[in-house]
Design a protein around this ligand. Sequence first.
Ligand code: ADP
Length: 244
Amino acid sequence: MISIRGLKKRFDDLEVLKGMDVEVRKGEVIVLIGPSGSGKTTFLRCINALEIPNEGSVSIGEKSMDFSKKVTTADILYLRRRTGMVFQTYNLFPHMTALENVMEGPVIVKGKKKAEVKEKAILLLEKVGLGDKLDYYPYQLSGGQQQRVGIARALAIEPEVMLFDEPTSALDPELVGEVLKVMKDLAEEGMTMVVVTHEMRFAKEAADKVIFMDGGHIVEAGTPQEVFGNPKHDRTRQFLNLIQ
Ligand code: ADP
């Protein structure tokens, strides 16, 4: 469903991604782990063109974007319409209610009419357990509730893949579970997901494939059993020892 080949990204002289090759099949949950600064967030941001890679290609559906050529606004929109991004710090619009936040994507990104998207937005907020908070503003919601609005908002554009960038790392520990539960439910429903997280339990329980990144490239990848149970590389072992 998604094929990423030879993806490279530089910030000035700093090469942050040094040639990433990742295939994501439909319905697969991929968890990216690795030390801080290894390029995980940048990789996710490249998939939905929040960062424009310098080289390599991203194919989603029928279209392939070659980043060594000039990228057009149409290319960027193509990626944005097919990928739903969930951010570490929620990034909700503070002056909009939960419902308005969820309706915004389909109206702006997909050009739909408000009346058309309202019913679907309500269903999505019910799905993440916030059917009774439709008219609440972000400041009236806990971090966990805000992040669940963030997930509903990303789902609203009906993406082919959901991208999660450390979705629980800004949360108080007691609020992490409610967000992971929504993510697990989505995974079980067959949503295709790429998740950057430090929640190793989630990786073990929900991932089809775990990718360990370090220094801008993939050190190893495999099933959770392979990567956690029998890591092949010293670097992976060291990282897992530090965090577990
Ligand atoms: P991770 O998510 O694994 O912690 P990041 O992708 O956030 O890693 O960052 C990888 C490296 O890229 C870091 O050294 C970071 O400082 C750098 N970096 C990320 N975004 C930018 C940016 N917009 N400008 C310059 N450097 C950046």
